[in-house]
Unconditional design. Structure first.
Length: 262
């Protein structure tokens, strides 16, 4: 039996178990299991030592994406760029870290035909999600990247503005939780600038946020974060199993999960 899991402090609203168990069904991996393991902050070190002996791999979520790094033999290039790990593979040689948010976001852009190269990209928020998004935008040769934050925390080498400034560009990416269920009436920007040709909201519940509604009204492409959620999970499976990501399985799980949200 191959044992996998998600670790975090609180996992009550996670869809990881549903996604991974559906993957096991679709790929015929009947001897695989996926657990949710909530770990108090004071117990992380001892729990990781135990888990490394009992599991083949884990996903990592808030607040441990940085804390796990000291327990790893090495981290992959994309995880190093982002400065955070969300996937760990345990081997006889030690534990190795990766960041599949990077691949999930990149895959989502490709599937939806959202061009980044040469574009002026605006990222709402400077938290953890924005770091994976920035890494992808840099690697896809964005023309410029501007961050928007309530209290500007400058990202070295990038312009940061506030929400009271004019927010315009080619592609807008929301990396904040504003507009997420249950506060679905909220929107991170009062009025979306008509210059944006595409809007990506990493929120997936609701399936159409107020920000996305504004984008559609302006004639812009609007995409939520559900495909990224499913895709990054499948990239984790690829790392653990030494397999390429199966787009057909990603699409099947994505279409099934879409029905869960309105």
């Amino acid at each position: 039996m191959k044992r996998l899991a998600l670790i975090g402090e609180k996992l009550g609203h996670s869809y990881s178990k549903i996604i991974h168990e559906r993957y096991f069904e679709l790929s015929g991996k009947n001897d695989y299991t996926y657990d949710l393991i909530e770990i108090p902050k004071a117990c992380l070190d001892t729990e990781l030592a135990r888990i490394s002996k009992e599991y083949e791999g884990i996903n990592v979520t808030i607040p441990y994406k940085l804390d796990v790094i000291k327990h790893l033999v090495s981290i992959s290039p994309e995880a190093e760029k982002i400065g955070a790990v969300n996937t760990v593979k345990f081997t006889p040689e030690g534990a190795f870290g990766y960041n599949t948010d990077y691949f999930g976001f990149k895959h989502m852009l490709e599937v939806n035909g959202i061009e980044i190269s040469g574009k002026d990209v605006v990222i709402l928020g400077t938290g953890g999600a924005s770091k994976a998004v920035l890494a992808v935008c840099r690697d896809l040769n964005a023309g410029a990247v501007t961050f928007v934050s309530i209290e500007p925390e400058p990202v070295p080498g990038y312009k940061t503005i506030t929400y009271s400034d004019e927010i315009k560009g080619d592609v807008l990416i929301n990396c904040t939780p504003v507009g997420m269920y249950p506060k679905v009436e909220a929107c991170p920007v009062d009025k979306l600038h008509p210059s944006f040709e595409a809007v990506v909201d990493v929120i997936y519940n609701p399936s159409v946020t107020r920000l996305m509604e504004q984008a559609v009204s302006n004639g812009a492409k609007a995409v939520n974060g559900l495909y990224m959620l499913v895709s990054q999970a499948m990239y984790s499976e690829g790392i653990w199993n030494g397999e390429d990501v199966n787009d057909s399985i990603v699409n099947t799980i994505y279409e099934e999960l879409k029905k869960e949200f309105v």
